[in-house]
Design a binder for this molecule. Structure first.
Ligand code: 2IT
Length: 446
């Protein structure tokens, strides 16, 4: 089997030279899928896996804009339309200096399987720009969003491709993007998700990724007869996902003791609760990309230039960006008795972490399962837009909980090993793959 994986990966590497993140994401998936495909020849003969690693379409474009000083700036915009077998392309837009074609291809590829896991009819895509919102004025952000959408608008639509937010793209940016799309098309449609509550947004979309991640961790713990109440938790990041996770963890009686930013991490022994959680929104809105001010505001400890994984916790949930928790850090967490590592960020851990956890009998939740609550509520936003109706927060929450439980059950179904241990990575990869693969088979060689 190893030889088959190598043969497959050699071709992927040759075709996608230098695209490290994309290659890492594909490797993690095909290690679990090639044995499954070997047992299911219908997928093999139709070369479903070979098709799935090639995006249906990749769009790259120039994004010119003028900054507050009157200087012309040029960024690069992207939309990777990866797979539309089970629904319109769906996935976020990331505005961050680390955005490259490789990063967006990894994210788009993951999104295909993640969206399939949600049980909702959504294909997968991802887009964004290397634009850095840090230090930009609101007017600069607006002009950038308008220029970005001027090109993107030709390629998307409510039945074609429905972007949303991701790192650097929140409610404010979705507003600017939506306004420009509406102006260009003269259409009020559900072309983007994560919209404001007054103009077509879904209740609970801002909270959904964090809430969903915690619901998933609760289900993981249940398989070992454990409760989340009283557990200590390390979160990274300070954005939307971290905020939502902290809210739900507090509600369920767990104690969050860390958050982090590019400048370092905060350790708050008292627990990050109440107004301290709301303060994260202020940090994000400041556009400075730092967490240090939290330490001064709430008398907590700031560790400059470090990541939170050196703290002793029961649960670690990376919530920021890809590869933010590596093997050496996982070793420290495991030595400190961590019980669960769950990726709320996409590919939040390096490739060595999941196998280390499995070996040490620490439960590991992969991003495409753990963080699927965000895109799931985006799917519910699309449904509400199509119906021209709004569900209450309670209705959305109930659906989100059911979806996260379903995803967990899918992981258990496809990931339970003969010795009873659950390989959540395998379960999520096979569970997400089957639906997309069957749809691709049914639709012929397209
Ligand atoms: O990574 C993700 O799933 C997201 N950024 C959310 C995508 C969406 O369409 O809501």
């Amino acid at each position: 089997m190893e030889a088959k994986v190598k043969e497959f990966m050699d071709k992927v590497i040759a075709k996608n030279l230098g695209e490290d993140e994309f290659i890492q994401a594909v490797q993690e998936v095909v290690e679990k899928l090639i044995p499954f495909v070997e047992e299911n020849p219908k997928y093999k003969s139709a070369k479903i896996l070979e098709k799935m690693v090639e995006p249906e379409r990749t769009i790259m474009f120039r994004v010119p804009w003028v900054d507050d000083k009157g200087e012309v700036q040029i960024n690069r915009g992207y939309r990777v339309e990866f797979n539309s077998a089970i629904g319109p392309y769906k996935g976020g837009l990331r505005f961050h200096p680390s955005v490259t074609l490789s990063a967006l291809k990894f994210l788009g590829f993951e999104q295909v399987l993640k969206n399939s896991l949600t049980t909702l009819p959504m294909g997968g895509g991802k887009g964004g720009s290397d634009f850095n919102p840090k230090g930009k004025s609101e007017n600069e952000i607006m002009r950038f969003c308008q220029s970005f959408m001027t090109e993107l608008s030709r390629h998307i639509g409510p039945n074609t491709d429905v972007p949303a937010g991701d790192i650097g793209v929140g409610g404010r940016e979705i507003g600017f993007l939506f306004g420009q799309y509406k102006r260009l098309r003269n259409e009020f449609t559900g072309v983007l998700t994560g919209k404001g509550m007054e103009w077509g947004g879904s209740k609970l979309r801002p909270e959904a990724t964090g809430f969903g991640a915690v619901y998933f961790v609760v289900e993981m713990l249940k398989t070992k007869g454990m409760d989340i109440k009283g557990k200590t938790v390390a979160l990274s990041g300070f954005g939307n996902v971290t905020w939502g996770a902290a809210l739900k963890l507090e509600e369920l009686g767990a104690k969050v003791i860390t958050i982090s930013g590019p400048d370092g991490y905060i350790y708050d022994a008292e627990g990050i609760t109440g107004e301290k959680i709301e303060y994260l929104l202020e940090l994000r809105a400041s556009n400075n990309d730092v967490v240090e001010p939290y330490a001064e505001e709430f008398d907590a400890k700031f560790f400059p230039g470090k990541r939170p994984w050196e703290q002793k916790v029961d649960i670690a949930i990376p919530c920021a960006i890809q590869n933010e928790l590596n093997g050496a850090e996982a070793k420290v967490l495991i030595a400190n008795g961590v019980q669960v590592i769950a990726e709320a960020s996409n590919m939040g851990t390096t490739a060595d972490v999941a196998p280390m956890c499995f070996e040490a009998n620490v439960m590991f939740g992969p991003g495409k399962a753990v963080n699927a609550g965000g895109v799931a509520v985006s799917g519910l936003e699309m449904s509400q837009n199509s119906m021209r109706f709004n569900w209450t927060a309670e209705e959305v929450d109930e659906k989100l909980k059911r979806i996260m439980t379903d995803i967990h059950n899918t992981c258990v179904k496809f990931g339970t090993e003969p010795d009873g241990r659950i390989d959540f990575v395998k379960g999520a990869n096979i569970g997400g793959f089957v639906k997309v693969a069957d749809a691709m088979l049914a639709q012929g060689h397209v």
